[in-house]
Design a protein around this ligand. Structure first.
Ligand code: VAH
Length: 332
């Protein structure tokens, strides 16, 4: 552990942020990992502060006051919600990144992590085993903002030497935080609804295959790319990250091994158009070759781990690895 490392996580209360905060605190210690989000009074979270990622002056003040050496920018408006308010999505997703990149340049931060997404691809991208380099015609504000953000990351690396690293994350499945505004949320919500009601209304067609990843694998990938020597990072836009690919009907069949009576009704809504525009599976050989990425959870192992986590309904904490569920699954 490098005692000079001070990490600031922006968006620490979100689906990725909650688990990344605990994982980084296990490595660096709570006092070296500042958790922040837009919410006030999170007195339940040690070493937490309320930060608006669009308040550049306050963010720069916090970085200087606390000697921050790394920023993980996780705050974003996801694909489905972004379609409801394009300007808000573009402003949040883009301005927060530019603000962080400028602070990283001016304060000479060691590293920045910023998640991109498979949402940068569109209907003219290769559908299966989608390569790192192919047409990217995103058809959502979220995807457009993520693709633009990738170019900004590369620009700040090339022009100013900012060591910003990024991954095109697939849909993420985790037990520890509610999912909000995404198109892949069904893959989390189905677990909660199956447990509570043995019934789930799925907003995607049963055969819609999408790239997915269990959160523990995603957290491992983020930590791995951020700890890799700079010379191993050959892609300064964002690396494709794959893992598992499945459709709602595949996941429902897996869950029925635990809850045999689960009934799923498929009622595609506006999110079907978004899902149709994305690849079904990813070629992430670049990440595997350059810095040793390899996923560990297949769909069966993910489902088993989810049910293990869902058994222990404790109050969420950002200080212990999240073997817990959120208290009120209705919040999903
Ligand atoms: C979303 N969970 O659904 C995000 C993700 C690939 C999907 O970027 O918008």
């Amino acid at each position: 552990m490098n005692n000079k490392t001070i990490i600031l996580i922006l968006g620490a209360c979100g689906q990725i942020g909650r688990e990344l905060t605990v994982a980084l605190r296990e490595i660096h210690g709570t006092s070296h990992v500042i958790a922040s989000d837009r919410y006030a009074n999170r007195t339940d979270v040690p070493n937490y502060m309320q930060i608006d990622v669009l308040d550049g002056e306050r963010l720069k003040h916090v970085v200087k006051q606390h000697g921050v050496t790394q920023i993980y920018l996780l705050a974003a408006m996801l694909s489905a919600k972004g379609e409801q308010d394009a300007n808000a999505a573009w402003n949040l997703n883009m301005q927060s990144l530019i603000t962080v990149l400028n602070i990283a340049r001016d304060e000479k931060l060691d590293k920045v992590f910023w998640p991109s997404s498979i949402a940068v691809f569109g209907p003219r991208s290769l559908k299966f085993n989608c390569p790192q380099e192919t047409r990217t015609d995103p058809e959502t504000v979220y995807g457009i903002s993520k693709r633009a953000g990738e170019y900004w990351c590369n620009y700040y690396y090339e022009k100013y030497g900012v060591d910003v690293r990024s991954l095109r994350l697939p849909g993420l499945i985790s037990a520890s935080a509610p999912t909000g505004g995404g198109t892949t949320n069904y893959a989390v919500n189905i677990f909660h609804e199956a447990i509570k009601h043995q019934y789930f209304e799925c907003y995607l067609e049963e055969s819609t295959v999408l790239p997915m990843l269990y959160m523990k694998d995603a957290i491992r990938a983020i930590i791995k790319i951020m700890s890799a020597p700079s010379e191993k990072i050959k892609v300064r836009t964002a690396y494709n990250l794959g893992g598992i690919s499945f459709a709602p009907c595949d996941l429902a069949a897996e869950i029925r091994k635990y809850i045999p009576d689960l009934k799923v009704v498929y009622q595609p809504d506006h999110r079907q158009v978004i899902a149709n525009s994305w690849p079904a599976s990813m070629d992430d050989s670049g990440a595997r070759n350059d810095w040793g990425w390899a996923h560990e959870y297949n769909m069966a192992a993910m489902a088993s781990a989810m049910f293990e986590s869902l058994k222990a309904i404790k109050k969420p904490s950002l200080d212990h690895y999240p073997e817990f569920l959120i208290e009120d699954v209705a919040a999903i």
